[in-house]
Design a binder for this molecule. Structure first.
Ligand code: FES
Ligand code: FE2
Length: 382
């Protein structure tokens, strides 16, 4: 798992009233709205004696720890220690990490890392969001799977034919050749558009809206953004589009939360959301059945023990990007973290630690050192 990227913590409409506890990258966070309604995110561990801030209350601009009532503002600064009495001086170390927050696409995104603003990766863009002619709906999933496996699955055009009866023919049509992938590179990811030969749509309304009779050649493709996000763009019929913008947040190394922001140009009414949710759930179930049975459970650290094909080109590029981010020192040392489990509380370093590296009560999470990754990927696709 990687720090220094934006992660969707929850939906904007899920953050109101009491503080919300969210687990991301194997660490706990508290989110709340201050008196101006601005969303805030802090490391969840109270630096007094480890209270869970998410179990406390919002008091004005602060969140109050449920154990002894210390209050922390949106910048992570302790504003009140009741046991010291009114007006007492607050020690400088009485603060917790605070993370940049941005609300976009109906989601609360948190920047988990310490990079200064100018160097941060962007939040995955949805250019059509809010544009006339585009309808938006959001679905959520929680899956027991390595998030990298799910991104790789999105970047793999060959699985559609066999995993999705909705999209392919299970190999029955004979030639299932995947057209040569032209992988496009973007600043924070890569992807491709390609064509699929697909069977008729089952849902009568979707079929009518797509203006499609029988089998069809569908243009579609997937682009990843950072280690965890991806968008799949599908043109199911002439002049119509549906984009599956997936914001994936690793809860921990084995669990991923997905916020699927679907944008589409057809069947625009909210009354149609149910039929799309149903189809999304069905397709996701087909993917999960395959992904949860993969061995090894985690995306392998080297390509040597797999036999990649030209259709795996984007998968291979994604893995190279992960290595690049690892070489920058952005990868959590998960093996070292497991040793801490239940014994030591740590924090993902926030931007304030760059300015003031000293005086923090919690140590930062262990990171894989920057530099050349030890596990070089020595077999490429195609
Ligand atoms: S543990 Fe939070 S106030 Fe004591
Ligand atoms: Fe799939």
């Amino acid at each position: 798992m990687f720090i220094n990227f934006w992660y969707a913590a929850l939906r904007s409409d899920q953050l109101a009233g009491q503080p919300a506890g969210v687990r991301m990258l194997g660490q706990n966070f508290v989110l709340f709205r201050d008196s101006a309604g601005r969303a805030r995110c802090l490391a969840n561990v109270c630096v007094h004696r480890g209270g869970s801030l998410a179990g406390g209350k919002v008091k004005g601009d602060c969140v109050e720890c449920p154990y002894h009532g210390w209050q922390f503002d949106g910048a992570g600064q302790c504003a009140r220690i009741p046991s010291l009495g009114a007006g007492a001086k607050i020690p400088a170390r009485a603060r917790v990490d605070a993370y940049p927050v941005e609300e976009r696409y109906g989601l609360v995104h948190v920047f988990l890392g310490d990079l200064p603003e100018a160097e941060r990766p962007t939040i995955m863009d949805i250019p059509e969001y809010g544009q006339p002619g585009w309808h938006v709906q959001v679905d959520e999933y929680l899956d027991t799977v390595d998030y990298r496996r799910t991104v790789e699955n999105g970047l793999d055009p060959a699985h559609n034919e066999f995993v999705h009866t909705t999209h392919g023919f299970s190999g029955k049509e004979g030639d299932s050749r995947v057209p040569d992938l032209q992988v496009e590179e973007h600043p924070w990811g890569c992807g491709f558009m390609t064509t699929y030969y697909s069977p008729p749509l089952h849902d009568a309304k979707m079929k009518a809206a797509a203006g499609r009779q029988g089998d069809a050649v569908v243009t579609a493709g997937t682009f990843h953004h950072g280690p965890t996000c991806m968008t799949t763009r599908i043109n199911p019929g002439p002049g119509i589009s549906i984009h599956q913008n997936a914001f994936k947040t690793p809860v921990d190394a084995r669990t991923v939360k997905t916020f699927l922001v679907q944008t589409r140009t057809f069947l625009p009414g909210a009354e149609h959301d149910g039929r799309f949710s149903e189809r999304n759930l069905f397709v996701r179930g087909q993917d999960q059945a395959v992904l949860t049975a993969l061995e090894p459970f985690f995306t392998p650290e080297t390509n040597r023990h797999e036999l990649l094909m030209p259709s795996d080109r984007a998968v291979a590029r994604y893995r190279e990007r992960l290595l690049d981010w690892e070489s920058r020192g952005w990868r959590l040392d998960e093996a070292a973290l497991r040793q801490d489990d239940g014994r030591v509380a740590r924090a993902i370093p926030s931007p304030a630690r760059r300015e003031q590296p000293r005086g923090w009560v919690l140590d930062p999470v262990p990171m894989v050192p920057a530099g050349r990754p030890t596990a070089a990927r020595d077999a490429s696709a195609g």
